[in-house]
Ligand binder design. Structure first.
Ligand code: NI
Length: 168
């Protein structure tokens, strides 16, 4: 299976909440997850991808912050089916980017610690406490699944949004 094309802003699908997955083990869901992992790996330094970014309205994201310079500890590759975040703690302003908004980065306020609850690729529930960069990635991806982009979270568009000078 090939790498999937990336949906870019202002495609309306990116602004719509996704639909919960009923059967995580369904063949079509498995194919989508595999293709999302492949697509994430295809883009250098891409640490997360949400289904709306590849044209799907399923509540699925994948993430892997392993090896990223901002990541201290990570839980490796994670598949997030029907994820939710709770117990947010702390706040940090961090610079974010997104494959769907390739021309800009922005400073976004995020929790420094979150509890992630989701189903894995086999439909088994799991819960993880995420910290630092990995917590930020999870918040960015779950936002995608709620139809929210990082630019929607910018406090001051004049001082916190930056045009990208280099592309990875
Ligand atoms: Ni994104």
């Amino acid at each position: 299976m090939n790498v999937l094309p990336i949906t870019r802003f202002p495609e309306p699908l990116l602004k719509r909440p996704t639909r919960p997955v009923e059967r995580a083990d369904a063949a079509a869901v498995q194919r989508l997850i595999e293709a999302m992992i492949r697509t994430m790996r295809h883009h250098p330094r891409c640490v997360g991808l949400a289904a709306p970014q590849v044209g799907s309205d399923a509540r699925i994201a994948v993430m892997d912050a392993t090896g990223h310079p901002k990541a201290t500890t990570t839980h490796g590759l994670r598949v997030l089916v029907n994820p939710r975040l709770e117990g947010e703690e702390g706040t940090v302003l961090s610079r974010e980017g997104c494959l769907s908004i390739p021309d800009f980065t922005a400073n976004v306020s995020r929790a420094t610690r979150v509890r992630l609850k989701a189903l894995d690729q086999r439909g088994e529930p799991y819960a993880l406490t995420l910290e630092g960069f990995e917590a930020i990635v999870a918040q960015h991806e779950v936002d995608h699944l709620d139809g929210c982009l990082f630019l929607d979270r910018v406090a001051n568009i004049k001082t916190d949004v930056f045009r990208r000078k280099t592309y990875l």
